[in-house]
Design a protein around this ligand. Structure first.
Ligand SMILES: [Zn+2]
Ligand SMILES: [Zn+2]
Length: 170
């Protein structure tokens, strides 16, 4: 029986493997207290392309994209969307599963998580809702409504020191 601390230590390791030059993120798909899929962010694994080698133009460019903007132009997969894609590849159902992630899901990942039937998300570092001057309150409100439509919601794990291998949860 895995303890949450075991899951989080594994998450720390998987996060350290992240293959995006912007940030390392890791996610685990946990079904019945078992880690069934592990993923770190980066370009599709079998493509032979790597963000670390400069193959993702959005991550490589000197142009400063505003936070959370232009994800549709990025060739890196977020760890959560990779965990869902890898589950599809392996024929493992995401229904009722929990995602443990080093980073709070962005809007793009949250909607995929919802549609995949995932029951809940536990994350470590918060992701800021993009500063959309035309409606940040609306983005926040809809994010919150979508997150709370998951049976177990989207919750931060408190006081975790990612990177040292030591976790102090809840
Ligand atoms: Zn990247
Ligand atoms: Zn994301």
């Amino acid at each position: 029986m895995l303890r949450e601390a075991d899951i989080l230590n594994r998450l720390s390791f998987i996060t350290s493997l992240g293959k995006c030059r912007k940030r390392k993120v890791g996610s685990l798909l946990v079904v019945n207290n078992e880690i069934t899929i592990e993923a770190y962010n980066g370009m599709p694994e079998e493509s032979g392309l790597s963000c670390l080698d400069g193959d993702c133009p959005r991550c490589r460019t000197e142009v400063e994209f505003p936070h959370g903007v232009g994800y549709d132009l990025c060739f890196c997969l977020h760890a959560e969307e990779k965990v869902i894609s890898k589950a599809a590849q392996a024929g493992i159902s995401t229904l009722g599963a929990t995602i443990f992630s080093s980073y709070q899901p962005c809007i793009m990942c949250l909607k995929k998580i919802c549609q995949s039937g995932i029951a809940g998300v536990l994350y470590i570092d918060p992701w800021e809702i993009p500063n959309a001057s035309w409606g940040i309150a609306e983005l926040e409100d809809t994010y919150r409504r979508l997150a709370s439509s998951l049976p177990n919601g989207v919750e931060q794990i408190k006081a975790v020191n990612l990177g040292t291998g030591n976790f102090y949860t809840k």
